[in-house]
Design a protein around this ligand. Structure first.
Ligand code: GDP
Ligand code: MG
Length: 182
């Protein structure tokens, strides 16, 4: 899983969502996969994934996007969760600095379990909550630059940049596979 399936023109990419609890991972996924937002979403129970087809350069690719088991403490996300991932969205909440401070530890976790060529995007979610922002856009940007990540601020609530964030990661995976670095 996670590697491209070369039966005909079909590709399947495994992408994982990581980041502290309640940053909006499940809602980013439901916004992307079903264009839905759930304001009462409870902590995610059990590992779940959604498969979403995306067209890249006229070719259909399928992204299998994994959402955590609601056990988003360090080391509690198991290696099975990361296994075979070729892309990752590392999510924090722009209104909660502690979730931004956790990003480096999530990146460490990712590097323990996955190849360094994994396409990685830093996602500052809840950008609709500008009035209670706790992490500036510049801070997000400079951390992303330091760590060599793509960066985007999103809102699962109003759909800002959600599609774009996933598509950038999927496109990068596609490029990595074409260049055979993955
Ligand atoms: P997860 O634990 O990372 O999967 O986070 P959830 O997707 O369950 O979201 C946690 C809480 O944040 C829920 O109450 C959501 O309604 C809320 N939430 C998620 N994304 C956004 C967003 O973009 N904007 C706002 N205002 N709230 C959000
Ligand atoms: Mg969740």
């Amino acid at each position: 899983m996670g590697q491209e399936q070369q039966d005909g023109e079909e590709y399947l990419f495994k992408i994982v969502l990581i980041g502290d609890s309640a940053v909006g991972k499940s809602n980013l996924l439901s916004r992307f996969a079903r264009n839905e937002f759930d304001s009462n979403s409870k902590a995610t129970i059990g590992v779940e994934f959604q498969t979403q087809a995306v067209e890249i350069d006229g070719k259909e690719v399928k992204a299998q996007i994994w959402d955590t088991a609601g056990q988003e403490r360090f080391r509690a996300v198991t290696s099975a969760y990361y296994r075979g991932a070729v892309g990752a969205l590392v999510v924090y909440d722009i209104t909660r600095r502690s979730s931004f401070d956790s990003v480096k530890r999530w990146l460490d976790e990712l590097s323990i379990h996955c190849d360094t060529a994994v396409a990685r995007m830093l996602v500052g979610n809840k950008c609709d909550l500008e009035n209670i922002r706790d992490v500036s856009t510049e801070e997000g940007k400079s951390l992303a630059e330091e760590e060599g990540l793509f960066f985007m601020e999103t809102s699962a609530l109003d759909a800002t940049n959600v599609q774009t964030a996933f598509e950038i990661v999927i496109r990068e995976i596609h490029n990595n596979i074409s260049r055979k670095v993955l």
